[in-house]
Design a protein around this ligand. Structure first.
Ligand SMILES: Nc1ncnc2c1ncn2[C@@H]1O[C@H](COP(=O)(O)OP(=O)(O)OP(=O)(O)O)[C@@H](O)[C@H]1O
Ligand SMILES: O=P(O)(O)OC[C@H]1O[C@H](OP(=O)(O)OP(=O)(O)O)[C@H](O)[C@@H]1O
Ligand SMILES: [Mg+2]
Length: 299
């Protein structure tokens, strides 16, 4: 039996979102003991259980309140929401945070020999997809009559197999399309992973735990984008150096012992320092230029 007093988080068991979701949980201080083949994993330091499931099941688990939180791609979330709305099933949830991984787009792609001239080229065509709801919504908005053909996998082979004229599938680098003799004609939806919560209120302890974890997620994401920059700069060029450093409105400027010409500058930057800027700093007489990653940030 599972303990309902523990916060239940649904994540994809195996696939594109699994590693990053687990990495994020670990980065925010959730220690996990994950064993192969088990559907449930317990945190060893916090009252949290993970439900390890197929990503298709995550929106429903959260919308039905079986899981308190879920990590899911927006494409899958929106598809399931539309599907549930058409069948009058519960389709409510809250988005707690849009995350930085799982970035992809849902696009209509056609065989290389297809003469694509715009959306009207799909009038009367069959389009194979795992996302019929998102596709139908798009086609309706554009007033195009095409027939979605539902396939749960191997969508890319549908045109070659004569099952469809085009496909509507996820694209990231485009390598899968290329390998299957297809090209991307039209992007219909952009997606990233999101953290969602069930719409019914959580009990006090669970909500308090979520309220602790969310700022930690923000801290990890902010830290990932930020860099700690240290360098030695000539005192006489301080203003020019500051102008070159990204986000260096209030840098720490420290004296260097035994050197009156140079000062040490420390700055937390929201952006990385590009090679070109480092070269410009060097030309101004800066030395010992260090760019370091930041692990965590708060306040
Ligand atoms: N190439 C990609 N790059 C980045 N993110 C992707 C890519 N393909 C898919 N995703 C995102 O990851 C999610 C899961 O993709 P994956 O291919 O692992 O799903 P799946 O095959 O449906 O897995 P499951 O067995 O859990 O049903 C997608 O719904 C999408 O949000
Ligand atoms: O544009 P690309 O970078 O080639 O990525 C797109 C592919 O990635 C996903 O599949 P995945 O590789 O996760 O395998 P799956 O079909 O088993 O889900 C998606 O369904 C596409 O097929
Ligand atoms: Mg799936």
């Amino acid at each position: 039996m599972t303990d309902t007093t523990r916060l239940r988080i649904a994540i994809q068991k195996k696939g594109r979102l699994s590693d990053e979701s687990i990495k994020l949980l670990k980065a925010i201080g959730v220690k996990l003991s994950i064993r192969d083949r088990l559907l449930i994993a317990h945190s060893t330091n916090l009252p949290i259980d993970l439900l390890l499931v197929r990503d298709d099941d995550i929106p429903g688990l959260v919308m039905d309140g079986i899981a308190d939180l879920g990590f899911i791609g927006e494409n899958e979330l929106e598809e399931k929401m539309l599907e549930r709305q058409t069948s009058n099933e519960p389709a409510e949830y809250q988005v707690l945070k849009r995350l930085e991984y799982g970035g992809c787009r849902l696009s209509i792609a056609v065989p290389n020999e297809f003469d694509y001239k715009g959306i009207e080229s799909f009038e009367g065509k069959r389009i194979a997809t795992t996302y019929p709801q998102l596709l139908k919504r798009y086609l309706q908005e554009k007033n195009v009559n095409a027939s979605p053909v539902m396939l749960t996998g191997s969508v890319e082979v549908a045109p070659r197999a004569g099952i469809a004229d085009a496909i509507c599938d996820l694209v990231s680098t485009g390598a899968t399309l290329e390998a299957n003799g297809l090209y991307e004609a039209l992007e219909i939806f952009q997606s990233k992973a999101v953290l969602i919560q069930k719409s019914a209120p959580l009990d006090g302890d669970k909500q308090a735990l979520v309220d602790t974890l969310l700022p930690r997620i923000n801290g990890v994401m902010q830290a990932k984008e930020s860099k700690y920059i240290m360098l030695h700069a000539p005192k006489s060029k301080l203003e020019q150096v500051k102008d070159l450093l990204p986000g260096a409105e209030n840098p720490t400027v420290l004296p260097l012992s035994g050197n009156d010409e140079l000062v040490a500058i420390h700055v937390v930057s929201k952006e990385t320092l590009f090679w070109v800027t480092m070269e410009q700093l060097k030309k101004l007489g800066c030395t010992s230029i260090l760019v370091m990653p930041i692990e965590k940030m708060m306040g």
